[in-house]
Design a protein around this ligand. Structure first.
Ligand SMILES: Nc1ncnc2c1ncn2[C@@H]1O[C@H](COP(=O)(O)OP(=O)(O)OP(=O)(O)O)[C@@H](O)[C@H]1O
Length: 404
């Protein structure tokens, strides 16, 4: 639920440096300039140590800035005294990977805690806690202790507690990283409701692009304390510019073969292997079909995946090509005039994918990701001279060009 109102959070050249002693200093956040709009769900993605948590802790001044400025809801948090900061913090909720519930308090006691700190009367607290537990679907657990709850239930309590004082902003620091995929989806759906029904601006820190894909309107990618790329989620998926972004995008769809999967493909298909991008303008699917028809080259889809981001097609297909060397080169040069083509070489002269995602432990074959492409009928492209009707999916261009 993005809005065009003034930013809820503005970072201006925000910098946080730790240390400086013999062990040297760490520029955990390094000159970040960024706006988070009121009412949006904003993702901050990056690998461990990129500076995500520190960036988010600057919002509620849990970490003081070294230089620059952070403005939250019109207040320059670096310029506030402790009393004013408490007031700003009361409008910022936070949830954590490990939930951080008080084990000695019941579910209701945990949710009531910030209300006690804020000085609410017993009667008002009871009414508010009942309302919050109803919202997160835990009314029947009010008297339970956290140790009796599942991870998903614990995070629901965390969300209820974070919402207790009606915050305008909710900071979610790896809030689903300790949860299984089904529970993750439930918690993300609850966060969607918090955003849509309560109008809370949410900042989600994560290292998982699937989380970004599922709930964020916009996202910033962090590396070494800097925001290396930011924008709306579809644009980032469709046209990732920075290598870190490309790796995150690849790890979400898993549409491109890992190095090991590529090795297995080469054993079965010693000829040239290429990956082509799926783009949204619709022209390239026709171009691929036409090029396969016009050149004496056979193409078989051996890997790939197509999904939708923000209701638009996104992904890639990897083809094993058969034909005389000059015919394959002419085919690819032709295709590359309209569609982006990543050359992975041949078994005899292999080329690496510079953005290949790391091996997954659950990877059991090289065809695991191809189901997505079959779902949309892309298998129709598998043979030279393929089906009469062009497939309906569309192609985009995230890769470097084939060079003949
Ligand atoms: N209190 C601190 N004192 C010294 N260095 C710190 C402190 N907090 C964070 N750092 C350093 O700052 C850098 C950024 O850390 P931060 O926790 O913000 O990264 P992150 O992207 O959130 O990583 P993770 O996903 O592992 O939490 C790291 O090099 C970290 O070691």
């Amino acid at each position: 639920m993005a809005s065009s109102a003034a930013p809820m959070i503005s970072f201006r050249d925000a910098t946080k440096v730790f240390g400086g002693g013999r062990s040297g200093e760490v520029r955990a956040v390094d000159g970040v300039t960024l706006d988070v709009a009121a009412g949006e769900v904003f993702g901050v993605i990056g690998y461990s140590g990129a500076g995500k948590s520190t960036l988010v802790r600057l919002i509620n001044a849990l970490e003081p800035l070294t230089s620059g400025q952070v403005v939250v809801d019109g207040q320059d948090v670096g310029a506030l005294g402790e009393g004013e900061l408490r007031e700003v913090r009361s409008h910022i909720g936070m949830i954590f990977q490990q939930f951080n519930l008080l084990s000695s308090r019941t579910v209701a006691g945990n949710v009531a805690y910030p209300l006690e700190v804020a000085g609410w009367s017993r009667a008002r607290r009871a009414a508010r806690v009942a309302e919050l537990l109803e919202f997160v679907g835990l009314s029947d657990k009010a008297k339970q202790y956290p140790s009796k709850l599942s991870g998903g239930q614990k995070q629901r309590v965390g969300i209820a507690r974070a919402l207790a004082t009606n915050p305008k902003v909710l900071l979610a620091d790896e809030s689903t990283s300790a949860l299984d995929p089904d529970t993750t989806r439930d918690v993300l759906n609850l966060l969607r409701r918090v955003n849509a029904e309560l109008g809370v601006t949410i900042v989600v820190i994560t290292h998982e692009m699937d989380v970004v894909k599922y709930i964020c309107d916009r996202v910033a990618v962090m590396e070494h304390g800097k925001v290396v790329e930011h924008g709306d989620v579809y644009s980032l998926f469709a046209r990732p510019q920075h290598p870190a972004t490309r790796r995150f995008v690849g790890s979400s769809l898993r549409d491109r073969p890992t190095a090991a999967a590529l090795e297995r493909l080469r054993r079965r298909h010693p000829g040239r292997i290429v990956t082509i991008g799926i783009r949204e303008d619709g022209a390239s699917s026709n171009d691929l079909t036409r090029a396969l028809r016009e050149h004496p080259v056979d193409g078989t889809i051996v890997y790939g995946g197509i999904t939708e981001i923000a209701e638009r097609p996104y992904g890639s297909l990897t083809l094993a090509l058969e034909g005389a060397d000059d015919a394959v080169a002419a085919f690819l040069a032709d295709l590359a005039t309209t569609t982006s083509v990543l050359d992975l070489g041949t078994a005899a002269a292999p080329l690496a994918d510079p953005d290949a995602v790391p091996e997954r432990s659950d990877e059991d074959g090289d065809g695991g990701a191809v189901r997505g492409s079959l779902d949309v009928g892309a298998a129709g492209l598998a043979q030279h001279g393929g089906p009469e009707a062009a497939p309906t999916f569309k192609l985009f261009a995230p890769f470097r060009r084939w060079k003949s």
